[in-house]
Design a binder for this molecule. Structure first.
Ligand SMILES: Nc1ncnc2c1ncn2[C@@H]1O[C@H](COP(=O)(O)OP(=O)(O)OP(=O)(O)O)[C@@H](O)[C@H]1O
Length: 466
């Protein structure tokens, strides 16, 4: 069987043989490949693509077949342009890069030749090497060389013995296919740890998809989590949409602030976790998801479950292994190590270098850090911004949010200041109630529910009181 035919319109040139392309078994054969594959004419016309390539490029088969490969560089990414120009020059090429679908790939163009050396087509292959979801924030990986705390594998979080044990337990649970729930106060490093155990950012790492559940409105839940089928009635872009679950396939789905999900979204999440399958919006096809599930919250889960704000059945599914991260005030060795680490970063390229006075260091050691690691970093960054060289006690500035709050009801005697108006007093009291409730319940959504007001009202009122 010949895979090519002489082109009648251009004698001497060969083209991919149509009969071969049209074989239905051949399409099924290509679809069975785990990598993206396409067959092309030497002029760049795409003749055949498999399902994996559609997914990688986030383009529908109908848009690809019959079109010029170069045409898709804008939508799919500049890497496609490199492949197209290599094909135009009939050159073999292998390139790596990130596509606009946020997938990291290695792709190649191989030229198909007849026994006499004439080119008659090309084979494009594309292999995924790891990916991150759009909107996902990559935090810097820390390289901490100083003793006594090692950074995980030369990058990732600084690990105290307690954090190391937690990381090990989490990794073992993930290996065994158990869902891991990370709890702990804000800024204790739940996200940092989730990234570490999910190997996020490492070369050739499996996908790690970070979903901030507080940003997932009910109306967008299905489209964001499960995606939109390309070409379906719901697909306004005609290219479909890659959902978080599909993007995490083969890697980790990290649901941050999972307690911020509304009851309806919680119910949908239970259904997905129960069946481990999902359908893209606009498609009936059930798809299997192979994901490791890691969730996190800084809210008091037992109270949320007790009050009915968080579904008990969802809790049992996500909390197969629950690990609580210790606070910074419980790990003085982490304060020392992080301080050295952050100072090194701040002093890179800074002259004169920032130094900490004994008084400043003493305050660092004595502080309670309600905002944990995030707060320590902020305190050091504030000091760096407020002094040229030496951070003195006066440069130890705690943000108003973390400082002890003044009494909500100003004294009626007024003292030296003018008495506040009734409206101001009411607003001050209201803001105190709201902030206390948010701190107690761990999220604005849960606080709104507990107070019996809707989330929009709460957000509006907290903005007004800032
Ligand atoms: N052990 C650690 N080593 C180095 N940096 C850390 C460590 N723990 C936390 N951090 C840094 O502190 C900041 C806050 O950490 P992270 O976002 O992981 O906290 P969190 O527990 O997820 O907070 P929240 O509950 O508010 O979402 C980040 O910049 C993170 O990189």
């Amino acid at each position: 069987m010949k895979f090519y035919a002489n082109d009648l319109t251009a004698p001497g040139q060969r083209r991919l043989r149509p009969a071969f392309i049209d074989e239905p078994q051949f399409g099924a054969f290509l679809d069975a490949f785990p990598d993206g594959v396409a067959l092309l004419e030497t002029d760049g016309t795409i003749k055949l693509v498999n399902g994996k390539l559609e997914l990688l490029l986030n383009l529908a088969r109908g848009d690809l077949v019959g079109s010029d490969l170069a045409k898709h560089a804008k939508t799919a990414g500049t890497l496609v342009q490199k492949l197209a120009s290599a094909l135009r020059q009939l050159k073999r090429i292998e390139v790596s890069g990130t596509l606009n679908s946020q997938r990291n790939v290695t792709a190649s163009i191989g030229i198909l030749r007849t026994p006499d050396g004439g080119a008659y087509g090309a084979l494009l292959t594309m292999r995924e090497t790891g990916r991150h979801h759009r909107g996902y924030e990559r935090s810097d990986h820390f390289r901490f060389e100083a003793e006594p705390l090692p950074a995980a594998g030369g990058g990732g979080p600084l690990l105290t013995p307690r954090l190391s044990t937690i990381a090990r337990r989490a990794a073992t649970a993930i290996e065994r296919g158990s869902a891991v729930l990370l709890t702990g106060e804000t800024g204790t490093g739940k996200t940092e740890l989730a990234r570490f155990i999910g190997k996020a950012g490492a070369p050739d790492a499996p996908p790690f998809v970070h979903v901030n559940c507080g940003m997932l409105a009910d109306a967008q839940f299905d489209a964001e989590m499960f995606g939109i089928e390309p070409g379906s009635a719901l697909d306004t872009s005609t290219r479909g949409k890659l959902g978080f679950v599909e993007a995490a396939d083969g890697g980790t789905l990290f649901l941050d602030q999972v307690t911020d999900l509304s009851p309806v979204s919680q119910m949908k999440l239970v259904a997905f976790l129960e069946s481990q399958t999902f359908s893209r919006l606009g498609s009936m096809q059930r798809r299997k998801a192979r994901i490791s599930l890691v969730t996190a919250t800084n809210a008091g889960l037992p109270d949320l479950i007790e009050s009915g704000a968080f579904r008990r059945d969802l809790y049992y599914r996500i909390a197969v292994v629950t690990l609580e991260l210790p606070t910074l005030r419980d790990q003085p060795e982490l304060v020392t190590a992080l301080t050295a680490h952050v100072l090194r970063r701040l002093n890179a390229g800074r002259t004169p270098a920032l130094q900490l006075s004994p008084a400043f260091t003493k305050r660092l050691a004595a502080h309670a850090y309600p905002g944990n690691v995030r707060e320590l970093t902020n305190i050091l960054e504030r000091a760096a911004a407020s002094t040229e060289d030496i951070a003195l006690a006066e440069h130890f500035i705690v943000a108003p949010d973390a400082a002890p709050r003044p009494s909500p009801a100003p004294s009626a005697s007024g003292g030296e200041t003018a008495p506040a108006s009734f409206r101001d007093l009411v607003q001050a009291f209201e803001s105190w109630v709201l902030e206390k409730s948010i701190a107690e319940h761990g999220s604005k959504r849960s606080a709104a529910k507990a107070l019996g007001i809707d989330i929009a009202t709460l957000v509006r009122k907290t903005k007004r009181t800032r």
